[in-house]
Design a protein around this ligand. Structure first.
Ligand code: ZN
Length: 102
């Protein structure tokens, strides 16, 4: 960890990131904590179950750099794309609300 004390301008921070997951997690949290689903269970299990079901119905968009992330993020944040993602989230909320045993 002490290696990170000297930042290098050449070595960009590289990590494996699924941009779809990033966006879905944000939207799911926003949706189930918003006014549309006041009676929906807001425990972490239900929230993550919704994320899992939603993500299983969407294409992954893995990237490794910040630049790639921003490009893909811009594409996935278009109104058409958000509408598709929201459809899957609402579908997942219905599934989880029916099978949640608590
Ligand atoms: Zn729950």
């Amino acid at each position: 960890m002490t290696e990170q004390m000297k930042p290098s301008p050449v070595t960009e921070e590289v990590q494996l990131l699924n941009v779809t997951e990033e966006i879905v997690r944000g939207l799911v949290s926003f949706t189930i904590h918003g006014p549309d689903y006041p009676t929906f269970c807001r425990c972490q299990k239900c929230e993550l179950d919704i994320c899992a079901i939603t993500l299983n119905h969407l294409d992954n968009h893995f990237v490794t750099t910040k630049e790639e992330r921003e490009k893909v993020y811009a594409i996935l944040k278009t109104p058409d794309s958000i509408e598709q993602i929201n459809k899957q989230i609402i579908h997942a909320i219905h599934i989880v609300s029916h099978k949640s045993g608590h």
